[in-house]
Design a binder for this molecule. Structure first.
Ligand code: UGA
Length: 436
């Protein structure tokens, strides 16, 4: 099939390359000329494992092209909207400027029978409004097809998704749209990927409620960590024990410095704002608590560092291991790790931060921080080491080796990934989150 993808960020670039990899002919459109140049050369403008390989191979087949010109979508029959929906300035609501502009810009190039497919995360009710714009402005239809990919596993999640959701218009238009989407996703469907076909509102809500549930799960275990901290209990054992109940499950029960990134934090806020607009604020009022618990964990890590330094932070050397919001990503949007580094710097500590992939992005936003290219350099002469993104190279650190570099012997494990006994046996003061 001939497809277009409007918006070539984390979502769109991966979607475009993956669809081409599956055999479709794809053009990716973005207003950012530098991004388009880089993608055209087969270079991913951000770190995403597996993306450079499929970009290069798909470009070589001639099936994948990129452009800044919306008119280049002409000839494609299915058009994916994959632009960002960031948090609005001065409000918790989602900013729909880019989605609206993408759809409005696309309409003049749509042909009779084309399908516009929304992938961006939007407040419930948006698809209905956009559908009216599309059908009134062209002979095309609109479907809503939320995306569940995780950064770091985005290519795998796009090529082999764990489920597909189609939000469709009613009647014959819906049947036609379903047939078009079935053709796009023929490979996944032939591998028995579960498919839910539904209306627009349900499809939109599936996406935000999935992220709200995941955020709630993380804040639930972090709330248990807070209780564990005043009772001497161990939240990691607690998570293992409750996780054996398959109704609960162990995944997303890792207590630590909390969630960040471009999705979970902004999605729960936008959901709260939308529910309030709908007069149903109380239904998701608990998400404010989820947000608050999450943010308290960052305070907790900062306070643990301050305590470890006996309350005297000024000019004390602190090594911060991790800047990305999670491993296998260079994304620093709302990253708890970067937040901890910035706050410690603000308190006057001599912070040296490192991350295998996220230094360049961090430096752009926070040039005041000192960065080291690797963990050894970051930790040299540090009084306190704080681990806030669980990259494998940090998980594998050996206490004896670290002790040969640092001035102090305190390690704060903001992700609960180190072996407390091993570090204590090597004469370290080990401090986890919610564990003795
Ligand atoms: C999230 C969802 O997991 C995807 O399903 C969704 O498609 C995506 O948002 C999106 O809306 O686009 P992502 O933001 O890539 O994906 O990251 P996650 O893997 O969900 O991690 C989010 C944050 O939670 C990270 O900061 C991570 O460190 C933290 N986390 C995760 C925990 O603190 N504890 C856990 O047990 C798991």
């Amino acid at each position: 099939m001939k497809l277009s993808v409007i918006g070539c960020g984390y979502l769109g670039a991966v979607h475009a390359a993956s669809m081409a990899e599956l055999g479709h002919e794809v053009v990716g459109i973005d207003v950012d000329a530098a991004k388009i140049e880089s993608l055209t050369r087969g270079e991913a403008p951000f770190f995403e494992p597996g993306l450079p390989e499929i970009l290069k191979s798909a470009i070589a087949t001639g099936r994948l092209k990129f452009s800044t010109e919306m008119s280049d979508v002409a000839g494609a029959s299915v058009h994916f909207i994959a632009v960002g929906t960031p948090q609005q300035r001065g409000s918790y609501a989602a900013d729909l400027t880019y989605v609206d502009a993408a759809v409005a810009g696309l309409i003049p190039y749509l042909a009779e029978g084309d399908l516009v497919v929304g992938k961006s995360t939007v407040p419930v009710g948006t698809a209905g409004r956009l559908a009216t714009m599309v059908t009134e402005g062209s002979g095309a239809q609109l479907a809503w097809n939320p995306e569940f990919l995780r950064e770091g596993f985005a290519v795998k999640d796009t090529i082999s998704p764990d489920r597909l959701v189609y939000g469709l218009p009613g009647g014959e238009a819906g049947e036609r749209a379903k047939a078009q989407l079935d053709e796009v996703y023929a490979t996944a469907l032939s591998n028995d990927t579960p498919l839910v076909t539904t209306d627009y509102a349900t499809a939109e809500l599936v996406k935000v409620s999935a992220n709200a549930f995941l955020a709630t799960k993380i804040s639930f275990i972090n709330a248990m960590a807070e209780i564990a901290e005043v009772t001497g209990a161990d939240v990691t054992q607690l998570a293992d024990a409750i996780g054996f109940d398959t109704r609960i499950g162990r995944r997303f029960l890792n207590a630590g410095v909390g969630f960040g990134g471009g999705c979970l934090p902004k999605d729960i806020r936008a959901f709260t704002a939308r529910a309030e607009e709908l007069g149903r604020g109380e239904s998701v009022a608990f998400l404010k608590e989820v947000d608050a618990i999450n943010l308290r964990r960052r305070d907790r890590v900062v306070n643990l560092v301050v305590d470890a330094l006996g309350g005297e932070v000024f000019e004390k050397k602190v090594a911060v291991l991790g800047l990305a919001f999670k491993p296998f990503s260079d994304d620093i949007r709302d990253s708890p790790a970067l937040d901890v580094a910035v706050r410690l710097h603000g308190l006057g500590a001599a912070v040296t931060a490192t991350d295998p992939e996220a230094i360049a992005n961090s430096r752009r936003v926070h040039p005041q921080l000192t960065f080291a290219e690797d963990a050894d350099d970051a930790m040299r002469d540090a009084e306190v080491v704080v681990l806030v993104t669980e990259w494998n190279e940090f998980r594998e650190l050996k206490p004896e080796h670290v002790a040969s570099l640092t001035a102090g012997r305190t390690i704060i494990d903001g992700r609960n990934v180190l072996d407390a006994d091993e570090w204590r046996a090597a004469s370290w003061k080990y401090v986890g989150l919610g564990r003795p």
